[in-house]
Ligand binder design. Sequence first.
Ligand code: NAD
Ligand code: DAU
Length: 350
Amino acid sequence: MKKILITGGAGFIGSHVVRLFVNKYPQHQIYNLDKLTYAGNLFNLKDVEKKTNYHFIKADIVDGEQIMDLFNLHQFDCVIHLAAESHVDRSISNPLEFVMTNVVGTVNLLNAARHIWQNDYEGKRFYHISTDEVYGSLGTQGFFTESTAYDPHSPYSAAKASSDHFVRAYHDTYGLPIVISNCSNNYGPNQFPEKLIPLFINNIRHNKPLPVYGKGENVRDWLYVVDHARAIDVIFHKGSDGETYNIGGHNEWTNIDLIKVMCKIMDEKLGRVAGTSEQLITYVKDRAGHDLRYAIDSEKLQKELGWVPSLQFEEGISITIDWYLNNQDWLDEVTSGNYLKYYEEQYVSR
Ligand code: NAD
Ligand code: DAU
């Protein structure tokens, strides 16, 4: 039996990871630690909240004392660290919050793990979840590999890059048994509708403008969130200490092509005349420092640990659109209050 701490488990990816671990490993105790920011929603975990191996802890990783107390109390064996501020546009408006949560919060967790494990690392693991954005931007050719030099451009990716460096430094300096993965863009159920795919599904449904940054030529490599959770499970159990693994779907889309596909599928699903939703496309001012292209080479993960994505994009995007169309209550709940104020600030002045 292990006590596994998952941070950020009430968020988008974290909730899929918590669900997978709670259901697949009944012999382990799964602790979901989350501050419940605007992006955290316990409703995402309704289906597992009553399981006897699931525990929720409301806490802020920026509060080092509180984190140390919790580690002393629960004596976690392993950490899977997903808690973060995750939205690039918010990082441009408020960089310091990203430094506090993504950098200071990560160092607090590293300190607490180091403190309770006391150099006895048998059966221990600190797994840090990171992003392909730390590698910067590609031109039209090539892929990010695990040895691509870091070159972050947004305050979000700079903070994530910094946290990756701290995690590696704790391995090299104190011998902490760490592993890191860097994943491409995720999509799927439960993603907060400030990110491209859920935002545009919601806007298409409500006939609201689709704010495309710049010319819509930026390229992202999209992976279904459940496949990311499966990769995290494989890396957590089979990855080697001190190693980094890239995770991606080999599924590149320019934003504008992706948006047009979503419009087409939604016209069909909503019974609209073909071409109706595309008329909502509105080009707006580009994101500052907007990375042109991300694309992941996940050969190391596939060859060494045997992970492959399970879903083709056509199937994944259709399931995703159905989920948002069938869960309007979820969308209404998360888009009320603070989010509406943020939405106005982001888009009214563009
Ligand atoms: P998210 O914004 O949906 O969820 C983040 C979660 O962290 C929320 O539940 C929030 O309440 C919690 N949190 C934030 N600040 C906290 C704090 N100070 N203390 C405790 N909890 C806090 O994010 P996501 O998209 O699920 O991303 C999860 C992780 O995966 C992040 O580390 C992100 O950098 C990484 N990642 C995301 C993607 C993507 O496409 N979304 C891709 C690669 C990597
Ligand atoms: O690559 C992994 C990263 O993917 C994660 O680390 C981040 O946490 C996650 O938010 C995501 O970052 P992006 O900036 O790529 O995702 P976002 O959904 O914000 O934007 C995707 C693309 O769509 C990007 O090129 C910007 C563009 N876009 C986005 C929004 C919200 C628009 O054109 N209009 C929009 O309204």
